[in-house]
Ligand binder design. Structure first.
Ligand code: HEC
Ligand code: HEC
Ligand code: HEC
Ligand code: HEC
Ligand code: HEC
Ligand code: HEC
Ligand code: HEC
Ligand code: HEC
Length: 346
């Protein structure tokens, strides 16, 4: 391994949040985090970037950069570096995704061919993320493909770790959390030319941003109008109990309840209690299945009553004092606390 790569690796380890532009030979536009994060991968945007033109507009990268060398260079991510030797040497789309166009024309998202590796169990451990029934499918072709991927992952360093500031950098300003990233699009205006549809459950509000963050000018009015799973503080428990270390006055991240890519449950609801990171071991081990808008198995991952009936995923239901139907979403859904009417809760 050459020395420069070595020094870079060390800085990558130390500075995990933001990759230093100084690492690559290309320092990029310092004011844009997207450029900064991409700058850790040298960009081939002008002939002189590519060994004074020697490699410019060439497509067969492996002919001059053999596998062994590539493995060494990309040692910062052992799975990524091992992946290059497992695909055909003519499949160089992934190189261009990280390294820029190299002067090659007509590059589209499909050129990058994300699925070549991401659906291959020999290459990645989670090759089944995208094939479930309901999908985050922006282009409406009923499958997740590269153009969907790059809408959310404009760039990824593929180091095996999701970092909101690096792996979701398209807007140009970094996100602190994945929830902020979701809300950038589900806010009634969409993002990157993509617009989610209005809500099915709450007609008074058309978007999740308003129901989750609340509306109004001040923090107080926002808290009043928001969902309890969002920024509003709960009222405390009487007949219910929290599992694990969930407590009142928390904001629950979207990905505690939803999957980012695809799910066999409607509304991309999670398929397992594992996504609820603060719950107890029993609930983490439980599966979650939703049929006909019955969300009991999901709610039971974090809520229970000790005298509750067993849910089909082996947890305990919440029992209300009064006789209520068991279909939680009749009363509890995104936006049911919307407005100043607090009789409904979510
Ligand atoms: C005809 C030979 C040749 C081909 C084909 C070629 N390169 Fe290069 N490339 C070089 C040489 C020579 C260098 C400079 C020495 C080095 O860093 O290995 C270089 C350097 C690079 C660099 C580092 C640039 C920098 O700023 O430090 C990257 C990244 C790169 N090549 C990527 C690619 C990709 C991606 C492809 C395929 C699209 C490719 N190369 C095809 C010869 C080639
Ligand atoms: C996930 C993004 C990613 C992909 C995919 C990727 N690279 Fe890289 N590449 C990087 C990063 C990051 C560096 C800088 C590594 C460092 O400095 O430690 C780099 C460095 C390089 C270098 C420059 C080494 C140097 O400093 O001289 C070459 C050459 C290179 N890559 C070629 C390729 C080729 C060819 C492919 C496709 C087979 C490829 N890369 C795919 C991220 C990527
Ligand atoms: C709606 C935006 C969105 C789209 C579209 C999207 N991703 Fe993701 N991706 C995410 C989020 C958010 C995470 C973080 C998941 C988590 O922390 O549980 C993630 C995580 C990942 C991971 C890490 C594994 C994991 O579950 O944490 C991989 C790999 C990945 N995405 C690849 C892809 C590929 C390939 C595509 C295209 C087929 C794609 N993504 C499309 C938002 C998206
Ligand atoms: C050549 C194979 C290959 C291709 C093509 C590829 N990836 Fe990856 N990607 C990987 C590997 C391997 C990892 C896992 C690294 C690990 O877990 O250590 C990964 C990880 C990821 C992650 C997880 C976040 C992270 O930092 O590790 C995301 C997101 C991702 N890739 C997005 C994409 C997108 C988007 C595309 C298409 C534009 C794509 N990948 C194309 C091999 C590939
Ligand atoms: C680029 C914009 C964009 C981003 C970012 C995004 N979404 Fe979406 N989301 C959409 C669109 C568009 C749809 C509708 C897709 C469809 O109907 O196939 C959708 C659908 C959904 C649905 C299903 C709604 C339904 O009516 O079936 C859920 C749940 C959801 N998104 C949650 C999330 C979460 C959680 C995140 C963050 C990880 C996120 N979204 C990030 C655009 C986005
Ligand atoms: C018919 C409407 C309705 C249905 C259906 C319903 N709830 Fe409730 N829920 C309420 C109301 C109203 C409250 C406020 C407390 C009260 O007045 O009983 C509440 C309070 C709660 C609380 C707060 C617990 C506490 O100790 O204060 C939890 C947790 C809860 N519900 C979960 C659920 C779950 C899980 C389901 C499905 C199994 C469900 N609810 C079904 C109306 C409903
Ligand atoms: C990932 C864990 C998690 C899941 C899953 C979950 N909740 Fe909650 N829930 C919480 C937390 C944490 C709070 C407290 C938030 C606060 O006070 O700011 C809460 C609060 C509530 C409250 C208000 C209780 C109060 O103290 O005022 C109701 C009602 C409720 N949840 C119903 C549901 C229903 C119905 C479902 C299923 C559709 C559900 N929850 C799924 C974690 C969860
Ligand atoms: C406590 C669990 C929970 C959390 C946290 C959560 N959701 Fe949901 N989400 C649900 C449930 C249950 C449904 C289906 C019933 C409904 O619409 O509320 C749903 C539905 C949706 C829908 C479709 C709504 C409709 O009526 O068409 C979207 C979009 C969505 N969620 C996005 C998000 C986003 C974005 C976040 C984070 C800001 C988030 N959710 C946080 C549980 C959750």
């Amino acid at each position: 391994m050459n020395k420069r790569v070595n020094i870079c690796l060390i800085s990558v380890l130390i500075i995990t949040a933001v990759f230093l532009a100084a690492c690559g030979s290309n320092s990029g536009d310092a004011s844009s985090p997207l450029r900064e994060s991409k700058a850790s991968a040298p960009q081939l945007l002008e002939p002189e970037n590519h060994a004074g033109g020697i490699g410019w507009q060439k497509t067969n990268c492996i002919s001059c950069h053999p596998d062994a060398q590539l493995e060494d260079i990309h040692e910062y991510s052992s799975m990524l570096s091992a992946s290059f030797a497992k695909i055909s040497s003519t499949e160089t789309g992934a190189c261009l995704y990280c390294h820029g166009s190299n002067g090659i024309e007509n590059i589209t998202a499909e050129t990058y061919d994300c699925m070549l590796c991401h659906e291959n169990r020999e290459i990645v451990p989670w090759y089944e993320l995208f094939s479930h029934k309901n999908k985050h499918d922006f282009n409406g072709n009923d499958k997740m493909d590269s153009s969907d991927c790059v809408t959310c992952h404009a760039f990824s360093d593929m180091n095996g770790k999701i970092d909101a500031a690096i792996d979701f950098s398209k807007s140009g300003s970094p996100y602190a959390t994945t929830t902020d990233f979701c809300l950038n699009c589900h806010d009634g205006n969409g993002a990157f030319g993509i617009m989610p549809s209005a809500l099915d459950f709450e007609k008074d509000s058309t978007n999740i941003y308003s129901t989750f963050m609340g509306t109004g000018e001040t923090t107080d009015t926002q808290k009043l109008t928001a969902d309890i799973h969002g920024v509003k503080d709960g009222y405390g428990q009487s007949f219910g109990e929290f599992r694990g270390s969930y407590t009142n006055s928390m904001t629950v991240p979207c990905l505690a309840c939803h999957l980012a890519h695809s799910s066999d449950n409607p509304y991309l609801i999670t398929e397992s209690g594992k996504t609820a990171e603060l719950t107890d071991a029993d609930a983490m081990a439980a599966s979650v299945s939703v049929t006909e808008n019955n969300y009991t198995q999901l709610c039971a991952v974090c809520h229970k009553s000790d005298d509750g009936a067993l849910t089909e995923n082996g947890l305990l239901e919440v029992v209300h004092n009064s006789t209520f139907s068991s279909n939680c979403s009749d009363c509890h859904y995104h936006g049911s606390g919307f407005g100043t009417d607090n009789s409904n809760l979510y």
